[in-house]
Design a protein. Structure first.
Length: 294
């Protein structure tokens, strides 16, 4: 079962429990629009590489599509469709006036320069410029995209329209209309959910052990906030592997290692583990903050 079939099966199960009307179920089972574009991009060595990009709008009944754009070698149409569907559910659960959307480019940003990423982003934006917009579809950062990526999208879209359109994206720099706290929002949401869960089970954060699979924007922010609450972070991992110390990791030192070397595996005060081993560690709280399907 691939990721799209899994997302559809989740809907099927929910529809059965809800006694959802068949015509609504049928409509929600498919995406409203799925665009696939070629993105010819000049590389720094003068060559041209053609990347594949996607923008999917699952449902726009409640408002414009809303969802991030990710840059990753594993991006596929089925993945983007599934993420767009899940965005529909997330916006609906929170009663936000948006539908579900998602985008992505199949590339490895770790192997690309900042100028190559800019050329890629601007060309991708020009290919989807007619299907995004403040009242149509509003992208945001996701895996390996950030406020700078959103600034390029906003600028390219604004040039095409002939006037500044900051509302075309969220997650842009504060200086051009972005929101304070946006970079930490996902991890902070995880943090609040965990505090509420601990309260429900009549537990206190102090001394609670936490393991985190995935130490990017979401995982690292959640780890830092929980650490400040007194939780003991005993294991974390990223795409290259993990680190484990049953006595607790020194979060400030670990964050510095991650920022300096781009991986937690270079942290010395702990044992090296795999992502699979991390999932088997006895812990009070497990945070799955890696890519879906890990």
């Amino acid at each position: 079962m691939n990721i799209w079939e899994m997302a559809q099966k989740q809907l099927d199960n929910a529809a059965r429990v809800m006694n959802l009307e068949p015509w609504i179920h049928a409509k929600l089972r498919e995406c409203k629009r799925a665009s696939i574009v070629s993105i010819p991009t000049r590389m720094d060595d003068g060559s041209v590489k053609v990347f594949t990009g996607y923008r999917v709008q699952h449902n726009v009944t409640r408002g414009p599509a809303k969802g991030g754009i990710r840059y990753h070698p594993g991006v596929t149409l089925d993945e983007v469709k599934s993420l767009a569907m899940w965005m529909t559910w997330k916006c609906a659960v929170m009663n936000l006036p948006y539908g579900g959307g998602k985008g992505g480019v199949t590339c490895n940003p770790k192997e690309m320069s900042i100028t190559e990423l800019e050329r890629l982003t601007r060309r991708f934006t020009s290919e989807i410029v007619d299907i995004i917009g403040p009242e149509r579809d509003i992208p945001a950062p996701d895996v390996y995209t950030n406020p700078q990526t959103m600034a390029w999208i906003m600028d390219t879209y604004s040039i095409d329209r002939g006037y500044a359109t900051p509302a075309v994206v969220t997650g842009k720099p504060v200086e051009i209309g972005g929101s304070l706290g946006r970079n930490e929002a996902t991890g902070r949401g995880v943090y609040f959910c965990i505090l509420d869960a601990l309260k429900y089970f009549q537990l206190y954060p102090e001394g609670i052990t936490v393991t985190i699979q995935g130490f990017g924007n979401a995982g690292s922010v959640a780890a830092n906030l929980l650490y400040r609450e007194g939780c003991k972070i005993i294991a974390v991992s990223d795409s290259r592997g993990g680190i484990y110390n049953p006595m607790g990791l020194d979060l400030p030192a670990l964050l510095k290692v991650k920022n300096d070397t781009r991986s937690v595996i270079n942290y010395r005060d702990g044992d090296r583990i795999t992502n699979e081993q991390l999932l088997e560690i006895k812990t009070d709280v497990l945070i799955p903050a890696a890519l879906e399907g890990q």
